[in-house]
Write a protein that binds this ligand. Structure first.
Ligand code: NAD
Ligand code: DAU
Length: 352
């Protein structure tokens, strides 16, 4: 049994589904079902005895204590976070609360639980903290990609809150010997990503004939990784990563935003042609994001060398699957965008 926080969100849901398919080991998912947490992502697990869903907040110490003592997981995989940079610029408080205070609460609850375990389960217990490459700051065009030794230079409220949480995890290992690991991954894309992030937003807007907003000059660079490759990396680090270490995870797929958007448009032109013309006609330059990091790139050699992990998807295969998934799941996007699933959440979870 493992405990997964944030398992109703984009990467967490992909992780839970992949985990159960690949390992069969039961999962308890703890998720607050914020705007980004959607129970529909886990709908295929309804009636599956290997999965327990708990609606709740990682900042709720009593709840986390109860889950740990009731379910006695052998590991915690911590995804729960506020994850969107633009939202962090407009409202940083939720980011500090969930990402910093929530991680602190989980670490303390998990440390108490781990301390009380008998010697064998104690030796086996692991806490994996899922983090981001954004903690390293912004690269110039000729800088080497982020290695694990790169100094932290977070620039947005989001990345600062994630950096703080990474530091807590590091300190809990260093000071208490708590068996923690951290992964720092680049931009994920794939099924179930909330349509506020670049790729699903562009697909949804293009299908609706709406503007495709490009921040600044569109030349900011991100490294892109298909979500199931990230999930596989997390499984490897959880199984065989060295305690106290951090592992950078990336796809060796650096691309400027404009190229990403043109690729999405070209795939839509092929798979769902628009009689009004090529989808790229909708590209619109808008005011830049404040403090917009110019370039991220990941040096993934450590996880490749130590754990033999490599991405299974290229950007070309992953983006084609992603566009096809959004075309096949337009109801999911409509529910998310209309907020209709929120009514369902409120009806079904308000009393729990
Ligand atoms: P997401 O926003 O899609 O999902 C976050 C999930 O956490 C949601 O289900 C939400 O309901 C839940 N949550 C939020 N606050 C909570 C709280 N207080 N208690 C319990 N649950 C809460 O995020 P994502 O894109 O899936 O990212 C997951 C993790 O991976 C985050 O920690 C993020 O920093 C990290 N990460 C994301 C990316 C990416 O490209 N998306 C890349 C690297 C790392
Ligand atoms: O690098 C990992 C990070 O990737 C994760 O830690 C974050 O949780 C995740 O949100 C993501 O952050 P980004 O800010 O890179 O992702 P986003 O999809 O918001 O933006 C990607 C790039 O596209 C960025 O340079 C901003 C730009 N952009 C984004 C949006 C939403 C646009 O030009 N237009 C847009 O409408």
């Amino acid at each position: 049994m493992i405990l997964v926080t944030g398992g109703a969100g984009f990467i967490g849901a992909n992780f839970v589904l992949d985990w159960l398919r690949e390992t069969g080991e039961p999962v308890v998912t703890l998720d607050a079902l914020t705007y980004a947490g959607n129970p529909e992502n886990l709908a295929s697990l309804q009636g599956d005895a290997r999965h327990v869903f708990v609606h709740g907040d990682i900042c709720d110490r009593a709840l986390v204590d109860r889950l740990l003592s009731e379910h006695r997981p052998r590991a915690v995989v911590h995804f729960a976070a506020e994850s969107h940079v633009d939202r962090s610029i407009h409202g940083p408080a939720a980011f500090v609360r969930t990402n910093v205070e929530g991680t602190f609460t989980l670490l303390e609850a998990a440390r108490d639980y781990w301390t009380m375990l008998a010697s064998d389960p104690k030796a086996a217990f692991r806490f994996l903290h899922v983090s981001t490459d954004e903690v390293y700051g912004s690269l110039g065009p000729k800088d080497p990609p982020f290695a694990e030794t790169k100094a932290y230079e977070p620039n947005s409220p989001y990345s600062a809150s994630k950096a703080a949480s990474d530091h807590l995890v590091r300190a809990w290992h260093h000071t208490y010997g708590f068996p923690a690991l951290t992964t720092n991954c680049s931009n994920n894309y794939g099924p179930y990503q909330f349509p506020e992030k670049l790729i699903p937003l562009m697909i949804a807007n293009a299908l609706a004939g709406k503007a495709l907003p490009i921040y600044g000059d569109g030349r900011n660079v991100r490294d892109w990784l298909y979500v199931s490759d990230h999930c596989a990396a997390i499984r490897e680090v959880l199984a065989r990563g060295r305690l106290g270490e951090t592992y950078n995870v990336g796809g060796w797929n650096e691309k400027p935003n404009l190229e990403i958007v043109h690729t999405v448009c070209a795939l839509l032109d092929e798979l769902r042609p628009d009689p009004a013309g090529a989808h790229a006609r909708l590209i619109t330059y808008v005011t830049d994001r404040p403090g917009h990091d110019r370039r991220y790139a990941i040096d993934a050699r450590k996880i490749e060398r130590e754990l033999g992990w490599r991405p299974a998807e290229t950007f070309e295969t992953g983006i084609r699957k992603t566009v096809a998934w959004y075309l096949d799941n337009q109801d999911w996007v409509a529910h998310v965008q209309s907020g209709s699933y929120r009514e369902w959440v409120d009806r079904n979870y308000a009393q729990r």
